[in-house]
Design a binder for this molecule. Sequence first.
Ligand code: CP3
Length: 343
Amino acid sequence: MKIHNDLLLRAAKGEKTIRPPVWLMRQAGRILPQYRSLRAELSGFKELVETPHLAAEVTLQPVDELGVDAAIIFSDILVIPEAMGLPYEMIEKVGPRFPRTIQSTKDVDNLIQGNDAADQLGYVYEAVKLTVGALNGKIPLIGFAGAPWTIFSYMVEGGGSKTFSTAKKMLYKNPVLAHQLLDKITQTTISYLKRKVEAGVSVVQIFDSWAGILSPEQYREFALPYMKQIADSITSVPTIVFARGAWHALEELHQLGSEVVGLDWTIPPVIAREKLGALQVVQGNLDPCTLYAPPTFIEEKTIEMIRQFGGKHIVNLGHGVYPDTPLENVKTFVNTVKSFRYA
Ligand code: CP3
């Protein structure tokens, strides 16, 4: 299907654009009153994720409300463990929880993987198809998955954590088992992302949200090789790798050969350019908390960031937008980018 506003696709391929494209991680969700009211009518988060027409509706809300240059399919990274045989719960005001976790060889052996696991996620592919149909070529749709390390950390830890010390413990005590689990997650993620591409997403983002809790050495052993397998397997659409806190691995993330490297807000644009070069397309990286500031400050910081990256840039925040961000400020951010023109 021809995409009318294809700024994101052209920017991802490194082409020159009149302005950078803009979208926000976590744009489909609680910042929008439409989301909150629909969500309140349902039994829970999972009903939204697992009902394709509702997931499609929520995906389109920020497109209409904010005028962003890309949609991201409404879902969660935790559908992957569930498809492998490890169900999750989403507890109100707490977050995700796994009633069972992975601890032993037997637990890993019992998991299903690859196409068999990806087959369980028909509701996601259906939501993608419905969304692509409704977008009718207006803007591209982004598909996503968690990076193997981030998915591993939830499957072993059993939920969110400040330290993820239970998940990290396995890396030190039983690295062989850790690699087996990471490999199963990777094979499943590859099958899943291929299906999402077949269903119609035009770009894929890999979220390594917990990259920053690993030491640089561990990140090289337990995260990057699996990211590499994913980047090498998804060849028909551009990929974005976003590893939060992995400032020490910027060069390696660049070498993955992914079209776009996502940056968190702790990486100054000048340093990113020094490490990645002028040609690497980057995405990011305004501190999400900037959007609590007055509008003139948001405008100033957004333009300063665009100038500092100096092109080959997709504008985003340095992590997901926080749910209590005033919607007007999100609009100021988006509109500032849309009015900007490269010299
Ligand atoms: O970006 C988008 O707009 C698409 C939707 C999306 C969600 N989760 C919906 C969601 C995406 C891309 C995700 C990815 C995700 N999920 C990540 C990686 C991105 C990141 O933020 O680092 C992670 C770590 C998760 C796991 C997860 N899901 C957690 C820790 C939580 C609870 C914390 C929270 O944000 O509330 C969720 C729940 C979740 N996923 C919500 C939404 C809109 C909120 C739940 C609700 O509506 O009640």
